[in-house]
Design a binder for this molecule. Structure first.
Ligand SMILES: Nc1nc2c(ncn2[C@@H]2O[C@H](COP(=O)(O)OP(=O)(O)OP(=O)(O)O)[C@@H](O)[C@H]2O)c(=O)[nH]1
Length: 455
């Protein structure tokens, strides 16, 4: 009987363990499915006005904490009904969706969702420490084979944006801490100044008190001289008067001595404080300059990044508005770069990007500015050059890229680039000129690649 009990007990334990394991597994599966549905709803949002409210309700239920299975089922049924109700009505085209798209549609990007996400990833400028992740994501979006792959990329993009936000908040907090520190030091300085002013008045008061005492004693002495009846008495009175005046001076010196010692102590402390503040300020300045430089550098290639381009073009545009100097840009995109990645791997692709980036840096003119715009796209600012001159330099750059001697397994690998050139015209904004250069770039692509086109 005891044996039976033990047997049941162990069986019961086994069953509980198994159920616990299974429950954990199902929870994990459920969580993945919820994430997947959330991602797919994100991808599908914007496709049709009639479907959007159902998608929004489903997304809200998925993101607002653990949702009840029945609620989810009801919501997903109503979404299915709405989708069935659409029957043959066309979905809204991707161009109409509320995604900030600046570049024209490129057929090769594959599905519209992929294209939109590609552009979205291309547009975000992240902190240096997140740059590698953003580059990986950019690559994975371009290579995603289906909607599930894209949905995962969507989740990663959301994580990236979130981390960027948290990182920025951290930087703001750190900056606020520095500001608080500086404010407290300034406060000390102000208190010091106030104390010094008060001290100065004490010094003046001491001086005035001495003046008054000496004047009083002199008056007494004058009277004594008049009143003295013989030389002896006169000497006595003068002696007492001088003694009193000397005591006034001694008293004054003592008080001033104490005051000056305290003043010197405070002044020395304040000098040390100011010196410390200066050291801290210099360190902060250096780290800010470093941060600034890092934020504008593409660390993979070691050249200015898109943020640097945006700052530079803004400055060039401002001066273009006030002078008659011409200003042009060129958008450079490596041809069939995906196939380089696919054939030789991403590491080889990265190396190609590095070599091309360095070649561009080497061969642009000293007055030109080149940056990696994102992915396999570079951008050059030709300050002071019109489109004809910029085209000429662009042709030279295209030739340099074409003649870079890439090899794989001892076989030469031909790498070329297409370039779109555009000059600023009256009424243009930097964005408008970029779009013209980008459009010209696609014309170059469509025209057979490895060429320069003016937009
Ligand atoms: N190795 C590497 N690949 C990148 C990087 N950024 C983007 N890519 C890849 O660049 C490729 C861009 O492909 P597409 O936009 O289809 O263009 P493409 O193959 O160059 O074709 P065309 O531009 O039409 O000539 C994708 O495969 C991305 O993965 C990067 O930092 N490193």
């Amino acid at each position: 009987m005891r044996l039976d009990n033990q047997l049941w007990e162990s069986k019961y334990r086994e069953a509980v363990d198994r159920l616990t394991r299974e429950e954990a597994q199902w929870r994990a599966v459920e969580s993945v499915l919820r994430q997947l549905v959330a991602s797919l709803t994100r991808a599908a949002h914007g496709a049709h006005d009639q479907v959007d409210p159902h998608i929004e309700r489903l997304s809200a239920a998925l993101t607002g904490g653990p949702a009840d299975a029945m609620v989810l089922e009801t919501l997903s049924n109503s979404l299915r009904d709405a989708l069935e109700g659409l029957a043959t009505r066309p979905l809204r085209s991707p161009e109409d969706r509320a995604i900030p798209i600046t570049r024209p549609q490129r057929g090769e990007y594959g599905s519209s969702v992929q294209s939109a996400m590609h552009r979205l990833v291309d547009r975000i400028v992240v902190q240096p420490k997140l740059a590698d992740r953003a580059n990986d994501l950019r690559r994975d979006v371009a290579d995603a084979g289906d909607l599930v792959g894209l949905a995962t990329c969507g989740d990663r993009l959301a994580d990236l944006v979130n981390e960027q936000r948290i990182g920025m908040q951290r930087e703001i907090d750190a900056l606020q801490a520095v500001l608080r520190h500086v404010a407290s030091r300034l406060d000390e300085l102000t208190q010091y100044m106030a104390r010094e002013l008060a001290d100065q008045s004490t010094g003046e008061a001491n001086g005035q008190a001495l003046d008054a005492s000496v004047a009083h004693e002199m008056r007494l002495l004058g009277e004594a001289v008049l009143e003295a009846e013989d030389a002896h008495e006169l000497r006595e009175r003068v002696n007492v008067g001088l003694e009193t005046i000397a005591a006034c001076f001694r008293d004054f010196r003592e008080r001033e001595g104490t005051r000056l010692t305290a003043y010197r102590d405070r002044a020395e402390k304040m000098r040390q404080r100011v010196e410390q503040l200066e050291t801290e300020r210099n360190a902060l300045q250096r780290s800010l300059e470093r941060e600034h430089e890092l934020a504008q550098t593409d660390t993979m290639i070691g050249m200015p990044n898109r943020l640097a381009y945006e700052k530079r073009i803004e400055a060039a545009y401002e001066s273009w508005l006030t002078t008659s100097r011409p200003l042009s840009i060129a958008a450079i995109d490596i041809d069939h770069f995906k196939s380089i990645n696919d054939t030789y791997g991403h590491t080889a692709g990265d190396a190609v990007l590095r070599v091309i980036g360095q070649a561009l840096l080497k061969h642009v003119r000293p007055v030109d500015f080149v940056a990696r715009y994102g992915g396999e796209e570079f951008i050059v600012i030709f300050d002071g050059a019109d489109e004809a001159e910029s085209l000429q330099v662009s042709e030279r750059l295209r030739g340099k890229i074409q003649h870079l001697a890439f090899h794989a397994s001892r076989q030469p690998v031909r790498v070329t680039a297409s370039i779109g050139v555009a000059q600023f015209r009256p009424g243009d904004s930097p964005q408008a000129v970029f779009e013209r250069a980008d459009l010209a770039l696609y014309t170059a692509k469509n025209g057979g690649r490895n060429r320069c086109v003016i937009g």
